[in-house]
Design a protein around this ligand. Structure first.
Ligand code: PMP
Length: 352
């Protein structure tokens, strides 16, 4: 090791799902939306001109913040935006998890949380999900330096009831509680209504899933104006211009088509429920996912083998070689035709 390497901030990075590029592939591995963004996004893109790009974007991302505030009936100073919810969450970890006490999150959850904690030197303690992969709210009633969990949880898809979410917040009013609602639009209840009651609650959402805009990188958070001010102070001390001009105008356009949003979300939910029935008939076991993915296991067929067999057919799903979940597959809900291809393959594989 070179001398200079002694002082390098070393981290084991998060591993994103692969982004293969085959013409014939069925991509069900990174929870993207199979439908295109709202038509207004395309119109906004075509209307864009390159000339304004010589100017920096608005540092406060005002058009998008205003669009979100109007949509969710909030004040502008209760809204923060960032480059995907990963950016928002990372900034929130940096800003709010600054204590010697460990932050708490589930043992099976979004695998970026421990990476940010390590990167920012935040102590953490994982709380085991129960055998049905549910969060036990009482695990979060002990002393801690902050709390973060997704709702629905990832990669399990399990929803924690809004009343249980509120109980966790109510027991933790001396720390910041982050509820990561990346998948909430697919059937879970949002905690956004609680931000008026609890000034220590941050609710984080994204345009990557329900609004089909993973490629644009837009995430946002809602919280008390005090909380949002602290987040913005940290952001302006790091990078003032996180949101680029094209993202600001296309993002605002995405919020304007409620009918399209409802239609695509409803289609994904209907496909998810149909897929649950098909998988159950083949003997797969899974929880009642409220997200745009299923987390499934089969008593007779090892997940890793199945993952590899699917991969050979260019059907990509996600497999995590991690304790407790190494016999599960996380399957993103695609179009009906994509799910039919998956189901057909699985029927043949299982002989059912
Ligand atoms: N939270 C959870 C639970 C996720 O699964 C993801 C997607 N990887 C994110 C946040 C981040 O999504 P994005 O940065 O695209 O908004």
């Amino acid at each position: 090791m070179k001398k200079w390497e002694e002082n390098v901030r070393r981290v084991v990075p998060y591993t994103p799902g692969e982004q293969p590029d085959f013409a014939d592939m069925i991509k069900l591995n990174t929870n993207e939306n199979p439908y295109p963004p709202a038509p207004g996004v395309e119109r906004a893109m075509r209307a864009m001109q390159s000339e304004p790009l010589r100017l920096y974007p608005a540092p406060g991302a005002d058009s998008l913040v205003e669009g979100l505030a109007n949509y969710y009936n909030l004040k502008k100073d209760q809204v923060f935006v960032g480059v995907g919810s990963d950016d928002v969450l990372a900034m929130a970890f940096l800003t709010f998890f600054n204590s010697d006490r460990p932050i708490l999150f589930p043992d099976i959850t979004y695998s970026f949380y421990d990476v940010w904690a390590d990167l920012f030197r935040i102590p953490y303690e994982c709380q085991p999900l129960n055998e049905r992969f549910e969060i036990t709210k009482e695990d979060y009633f002990k002393e801690n330096g902050g709390i973060v969990f997704p709702n629905p949880n990832a990669p399990t898809g399990e929803e924690l009831s809004l009343s249980a979410v509120e109980e966790i917040i109510a027991h933790n009013q001396d720390v910041v509680v982050i509820v990561d609602e990346a998948y909430v639009d697919f059937g879970a209840q949002t905690a956004v209504g609680l931000i008026e009651k609890y000034d220590n609650l941050l609710v984080v959402q994204t345009f990557s899933k329900s609004r089909s805009l993973a490629g644009l990188r837009i995430g946002y958070a809602f919280g008390s104006s005090r909380l949002i001010k602290y987040l913005n102070d940290a952001k302006y001390s790091f990078n003032s211009y996180t949101m680029n001009r094209p993202s600001l105008s296309m993002g605002a356009a995405a919020l304007e088509d409620e009918a399209y949003f409802r239609e695509t979300v409803d289609k994904i939910v209907a496909t998810r429920e149909r897929t649950k029935k098909e998988l159950a008939q083949m003997g797969f076991l899974f929880g009642d996912s409220k997200a745009n993915f299923l987390f499934a296991t089969h008593p007779d067929y090892p997940a890793k083998k199945l993952f590899e067999a699917l991969r050979e057919k260019h059907i990509f799903v996600r497999y995590f070689a991690k304790p407790r979940i190494d016999n599960y597959l996380r399957i993103t809900i695609g179009t009906d035709a994509q799910m039919d291809a998956l189901i057909e393959f699985l029927k043949e594989y299982t002989g059912k």
